[in-house]
Design a protein around this ligand. Structure first.
Ligand code: SER
Length: 593
């Protein structure tokens, strides 16, 4: 089956009786009225107001195919199923039909419309978590459809709960979400024990592929931290076109669907290497994925830049160039533009692709960026070759000046028999970040005007202040920003209540008591999930990587932070809250010395 056939079948299925769904055009990849994510990352994203009760002019049964980008998947690309760009096939019930209809239609779509053998379909259902009961209704519906118990698996909120922010405890106030039920396709490949003893639908060994997720959006997070049931119960289904196509063709590698076969064959032609040779697969997959994402960004108006959308585009192109370098030196000029043109050809007249109109701009943006990077790529590699001792500092210079991802430098270093430590590299990066942040003090948590002793003391004091505010007002007290000079610290906090003079005194006393206790200040680097689990305070505007640095002050405070800090709290000396000012709705600015 080709991607064009699959598109047609999907459209027919939702338009046909008894489903009678209406098509809604997909949104742009860059949404101008949504600051929550850089790119559209799911089909439901543009529909949030309607899922929350607004009337949609096309009715309450909708479907479409939405181009999406998930940047958190960049490092994951290279296996048989992850991509940064993908098309999400979706259908929605806005308070119309619910679980029973949705699941039976899903079953019909995969087994009847697409002809997948029933015994290859595995189901997962929410087992109950965070005070929300097990989804018995979905489990019953699947059983009635003839799915035997052995092919129905139950998981908690990590796997079978969906909201744009993740699990119930990760949802901000106002966010909507609910339990979900996923369908997996079983390729029947042998289980790889490095992924665990037993194989199951959510195992990462590659035997199972998730091809669809029906989310039952029936909850909203409230101010008190609890979930409340929405009056409008919605269905939000999404399934990746690329993955569904791989399952239709019974090939457990999405890079072997027609779309990628054509892109990869251009890479094979250029390099003289074969995709079937396992050692080339990771690099070829990354190049094919990143170039495709880049083309879709460019036709949506993104240009390479130093930040935000443009930086993601730049990273995609740069990473492709580095991966290509390992496949072949001295590429044919315009090789990347040829790939860009091939991608437009594959998608011509689908989504908003129009080869004739777009090929010039795509070729121009790609070739300008790649020509520029090929100069720094060579310079960076020469610098690398010149150095005898490659250490983390050099890895950082290569990253900073020549745009080399750490992994690439590490790979090169290994060829010289050297091993680089990612943590040391990250520390280098962190200290650079807090230095460069001084240039835009106030916009970020670092907020330090310099690294003098006094500034470091005040910075450590902000951790105590943050925790003391949480002691007094509860964990909803959230840091919004800070700015520190040698004269004073300034701290912005979002509070649900008024901060009275009396509260300020209480907060001040707590801080000074902790200072008198002379608590030790130390940090640990840990996986982000672990830091979240232990309740470390994070700064919600900041995006964190997979590994984070958490600063502890005795066992009183723990907070995501890059540093620097004093070693023990008595070094701070006493803190006095000088002024408290309301600077916005629920937003308070505190000055202390
Ligand atoms: N919103 C859900 C997802 O992104 C289903 O559409 O998986």
């Amino acid at each position: 089956m080709t991607h064009k056939d699959l598109r047609i079948k999907f459209v027919q299925f939702w338009e046909e009786k008894p489903r009678n769904h209406k098509y809604v055009p997909p949104a742009q990849l860059v949404l101008s009225n949504d600051a929550t994510t850089l790119f559209t990352s799911s089909g439901m994203q543009p529909l949030v107001p309607y899922l929350m009760g607004e009337t949609h002019q096309k009715g309450n049964r909708l479907y479409n195919i939405q181009p999406c980008i998930r940047t958190q998947d960049i490092e994951g690309v290279g296996d048989n199923r992850h991509t940064t760009f993908f098309e999400m096939m979706g259908n929605w019930s806005l308070g119309d039909y619910f679980k029973k209809e949705q699941l039976s239609w899903m079953f019909d779509f995969f087994s009847k419309k697409l002809g997948m053998p029933e015994e290859k379909l595995y189901i997962t259902v929410f087992k109950g978590d965070y005070g929300v009961p097990k989804d018995e209704e979905s489990a019953e519906a699947w059983k009635k459809l003839g799915i035997p118990n052995e092919r129905i698996f139950y998981y908690g909120a990590d796997k079978n709960w969906w909201s744009r922010s993740g699990r119930p405890d990760q949802m901000p106030v106002g966010e909507i979400g609910g339990p979900d039920s996923e369908i997996f396709y079983d390729f029947g490949t042998k289980h790889d024990p490095q992924f665990g003893k037993e194989c199951h639908p959510n195992c990462d060994c590659g035997r199972f592929l998730e091809i669809g997720n029906s989310v039952f959006i029936e909850y909203q997070k409230k101010e008190d931290g609890k979930l409340s049931e929405l009056t409008q119960k919605n269905v939000d289904y999404g399934g990746g076109l690329e993955r569904i196509l791989a399952a239709c063709n019974n090939i457990p590698d999405i890079f072997q669907i027609d779309i990628f076969v054509n892109i990869i064959s251009e890479i094979e032609k250029e390099t003289g290497l074969l995709y079937s040779d396992k050692k080339n697969q990771e690099a070829m997959r990354v190049v094919a994925d990143h170039m495709r994402a880049a083309v879709f960004m460019i036709i949506d108006g993104v240009l390479p830049a130093k930040k935000e959308h443009g930086y993601v585009l730049r990273r995609m192109l740069r990473r492709s160039a580095v991966k290509m370098h390992f496949l072949k030196r001295n590429l044919t000029p315009n090789f990347y533009s040829i790939i860009g043109r091939e991608i437009l050809r594959i998608y011509d007249k689908e989504q908003n692709v129009n080869k004739k109109d777009q090929q010039d701009i795509v070729a121009k943006v790609i070739s300008q960026e790649m020509n520029k990077f090929s100069e720094t790529l060579d310079k960076g590699l020469r610098l690398f070759e010149k150095k005898q001792d490659i250490n983390e500092k050099i890895a950082f210079d290569l990253y900073q000046s020549y745009g080399f991802p750490f992994e690439i430098t590490q790979e090169l270093a290994r060829q010289k028999g050297l091993d680089l430590n990612k943590r040391l590299f990250e520390e280098e990066l962190e200290s650079h970040k807090s230095l460069s942040r001084t240039a835009s003090a106030g916009k970020f948590k670092g907020g330090l005007s310099d690294h003098s002793d006094q500034v470091i003391k005040y910075h450590t004091a902000t951790h105590l202040l943050h925790q003391a505010l949480r002691d007094v007002f509860g964990n909803s007290a959230r840091q919004e920003g800070s700015n520190i000079t040698q004269e004073r610290l300034r701290f912005d906090v979002r509070l649900d209540h008024k901060l009275t003079e009396e509260d300020a005194k209480r907060v001040e006393k707590i801080i000074n008591d902790r200072i008198d206790e002379n608590l030790e200040v130390f940090y640990k680097i840990m996986p982000r999930e672990e830091a979240e689990r232990i309740g470390a305070a994070s700064f919600f505007k900041e995006k964190y990587g997979d590994e984070v640095k958490v600063y502890f002050i005795g066992d009183y405070s723990k907070e995501f932070c890059g540093g620097p800090h004093v070693r023990t709290t008595s070094e701070i000396g006493h803190i006095h809250i000088k002024k408290v000012k309301k600077i916005g709705e629920k937003l308070v600015r505190i000055y202390a010395e």
